[in-house]
Design a protein around this ligand. Structure first.
Ligand code: SF4
Ligand code: SF4
Length: 386
């Protein structure tokens, strides 16, 4: 997801309106996953470990538009899986842009050049290309050689056609601050904005060794930002989120800020963590026990500092305390001195593991739907023959 927070007046106006209406919980970005199938198998991915019957499912264009209407967030990020595999992706994006939603289409870019004709440049559409670092680093992260070169070529082709392109990088342990800084210099040369987030420790990701804990994350981002002093890296984040990454803010996450909708339904509680699903957005907002999630409350949240949980918190903090936000914007992120206190983990509730149960439930639904469709076809055939 890479949407220029606060760069769009409409987003600021939306946030202000929610505040004035006294709404405690409101969505900022809909994370729409119309499919889980991908043409890569990255080691840090927690999204593609499903049986084929689930990977073959798609949300229809109508379901995608209904989700956007139901949720009402001004922005829609479309991750996946790989959204460009979805046969109706052009139509889905067109329908969302027609609704004046800011759309961030997140792609690994393998199919981007080939599929550019499906889209039209618009101030509402951003391509957010997955790039985890420079060539060797990225190709290793996505477990395939040549992906970096194809992604960069696609970025150039998309820009030449008038599209806005950003890149999104997931940062894992072992990525040296100097290399991240060189990567950020490269994005500046390429003329693209960049969003960065520490990788969430997905329980289903094949590589469990390289997720950053919060202490390492803060130290790493301080080092990166220190190397960036005086440079004009174009981050697609609010200053306060970057300040949080550098350990200068004690924030609690805002999981409802970026609600996720996929083939299972509305995901509880957030894009990163699947702890059950609801049929409607209203049900998600009203029945999720929000207080039982977050760092210090739930074991699976212990190391999370991901943008989808904390960017909405930073956005809210900027509205509540505009002078602090302005100070960070003017002075830059502080990269030395004491860090803000860390959240106590001693009372967090233990993790619950319900992935297999959810998958079994979905597989039974798929089998039931398929049997019903087959029976209906059989019946139609019989009545035509009679
Ligand atoms: S490109 Fe994205 S969805 Fe595909 S495997 Fe990699 S991280 Fe997962
Ligand atoms: S800390 Fe918040 S955003 Fe992160 S996984 Fe937990 S609920 Fe989701």
């Amino acid at each position: 997801m890479a949407i220029p927070f606060f760069k769009e007046m409409r987003i600021g106006a939306y946030l202000m309106k929610q505040k004035l209406l006294g709404r405690k919980r409101y969505p900022l970005v809909l994370m729409l996953e119309p499919l889980f199938r991908c043409n890569l198998a990255c080691v840090g991915c927690g999204k593609i470990d499903y049986p084929d019957a689930i990977l073959n499912r798609r949300m229809s264009a109508q379901e995608c538009w209904d989700a956007a209407d139901e949720c009402g967030a001004p922005m829609v990020a479309i991750p996946g899986g790989e959204p460009l595999i979805h046969k109706e992706i052009g139509e889905i994006v067109r329908g969302l842009v027609a609704r004046k939603k800011f759309v961030s289409l997140c792609t690994n870019a393998l199919l981007l050049e080939k599929k550019l004709d499906l889209f039209e440049p618009s101030p509402y559409l951003f391509f957010s290309v997955h790039l985890d670092g420079l060539k060797d680093h990225h190709d290793k992260a996505v477990s395939q050689k040549g992906v970096f070169d194809r992604a960069v070529s696609a970025i150039k082709a998309a820009k030449a056609r008038g599209f806005t392109v950003n890149v999104n990088a997931t940062i894992f342990d072992g990525h040296a601050a100097e290399d991240i800084a060189k990567f950020l210099d490269f994005t500046t040369e390429l003329g693209v904005g960049v969003s960065m987030s520490p990788g969430y420790a997905y329980e289903r990701a094949p590589d469990q060794e390289h997720f950053l804990n919060r202490t390492k994350t803060k130290k790493l981002f301080r080092d990166v930002f220190a190397l960036g002093k005086g440079k004009k890296w174009n981050f697609m984040h609010s200053g306060l989120f970057l300040d949080f990454l550098a350990g200068n803010q004690s924030y609690e996450c805002t999981p409802w800020g970026m609600p996720a909708r996929n083939i299972f339904g509305w995901q509880k509680p957030c894009y990163l963590l699947g702890e059950g699903y609801t049929k409607t957005f209203k049900e998600l907002m009203e029945t999720t026990d929000w207080d039982s999630y977050g760092t210090g409350r739930y074991e699976k949240c212990a190391d999370c500092m991901a943008h989808c949980g904390y960017e909405p918190t930073a956005a809210d903090a900027a509205l509540t305390n505009p002078f602090k936000a302005m100070w960070v914007a003017l002075r830059g992120v502080r990269t030395s001195g004491p860090m803000a206190p860390e959240i106590d983990l001693s009372n967090q509730r233990p993790a619950q593991y319900i992935f297999s149960e959810q998958v079994q439930k979905k597989l039974s639904e798929i089998r039931r739907d398929e049997a019903a469709t087959a029976a209906a076809k059989q019946q139609a055939k019989a009545s035509t023959a009679a």
